[in-house]
Design a protein around this ligand. Structure first.
Ligand code: SAM
Length: 281
């Protein structure tokens, strides 16, 4: 692997970076190696790469995987990728906004799906939410993201960054930090530090609940205004006062607590108690 390959390709095509598309390309070979080691790709794996840039990581993935399907929005990069990766028969390029892409149409009947991305930071949370909420069948999701967003994903109750994103990610996945990355690992250097996170999809969600819709609505209400007690926050659900009172009683969760103190199991319990009351169970 050549340390300068990203820079060389950028110069060769006189590529102009777009800030709006979150284009910070990786130039640090040790980070590339750690991502590859962490993803642990083999010839059975069908890899989806989001935002391949000039294809430096893509090329390494192509050498290891059965197939790599990359989704890129920037037309200038499409031309570069087609040229630079033309010798790889296992490469497929989709010129599309990842947020408008139905992954099931890409995955088809493949079974060992690994998603890899140095994500455009301006849409990190929407991309992760989309992948998890759509319940795409993937094994691992290895992503480079802004450090602060990564910290939200791994946060536990009572931590400053614990919130709806922590619960969404931990409901579906085990979360592991692979490494931190300095801004100097990219051209151009972003203003923020980065982190590489690996999400491994659980066979079953972490807690068994009666309604995912209600569970995530309760979570959203609880964190919309972090300083509010649960009692006040859950008024936004617009349910009868009686149901809410009974649900707190039944679950033995103190309504004066704040959402940030509840574990995922406690959110599950509260949600099930409310569900049972609504449905007369
Ligand atoms: N993978 C390359 C690397 O590591 O050097 C580039 C990573 S760069 C942080 C993010 C990439 O995502 C860019 O190639 C950018 O053009 C692409 N991108 C930005 N918004 C996108 C979107 N909505 N859909 C697909 N790709 C997008």
């Amino acid at each position: 692997m050549n340390n300068l390959s990203t820079k060389e390709i950028v110069e060769k095509y006189n590529f102009r970076f777009s800030k709006n598309l979150g284009q910070n390309f990786l130039i640090d070979n040790s980070v590339l190696q750690d991502i590859l080691e962490g993803t642990d790709i083999n010839k059975n794996d069908f890899v989806i790469e989001i935002g391949p840039g000039v294809g430096t990581l893509t090329k390494e993935l192509l050498k290891r995987a059965k197939k790599v399907c990359a989704i890129e929005l920037d037309s200038d990069l499409i031309a570069i990728l087609k040229e630079e990766l033309k010798h790889y028969p296992n490469f497929e390029l989709i010129h599309k906004d990842v947020l408008k892409t139905n992954f099931n149409e890409i995955i088809k009947d493949e079974s060992s799906i690994k998603i890899v991305a140095n994500l455009p930071y301006y849409i990190t949370t929407p991309i992760i939410s989309k992948i998890l909420n759509n319940k795409y069948n993937f094994k691992t999701l290895t992503i480079m993201i802004q450090k602060e967003v990564g910290e939200r994903m791994i946060s536990e109750p009572n931590c400053k960054r614990y919130g709806a994103l922590s619960l969404l990610v931990q409901y579906y996945c085990d979360v592991e930090v692979l490494r931190k990355v300095s801004p100097y690992a990219f051209i151009p250097s972003p203003k923020v530090e980065s982190i590489v996170i690996k999400l491994t999809k659980l066979n079953n969600p972490r807690v068994k609940i009666k309604s995912e819709d209600l569970f995530f609505r309760i979570i959203r209400c609880s964190f919309n205004m972090r300083r509010k007690t649960l009692w006040n926050a859950l008024k936004a659900l617009k349910l009868s006062r009686e149901y809410i009172e009974k649900a707190f009683d039944k679950s033995r969760i103190d309504p004066k607590r704040r959402g940030e103190t509840l574990s995922i199991e406690e959110f599950g319990l509260l949600s099930d108690c409310i569900y049972e009351l609504i449905h007369g169970l």
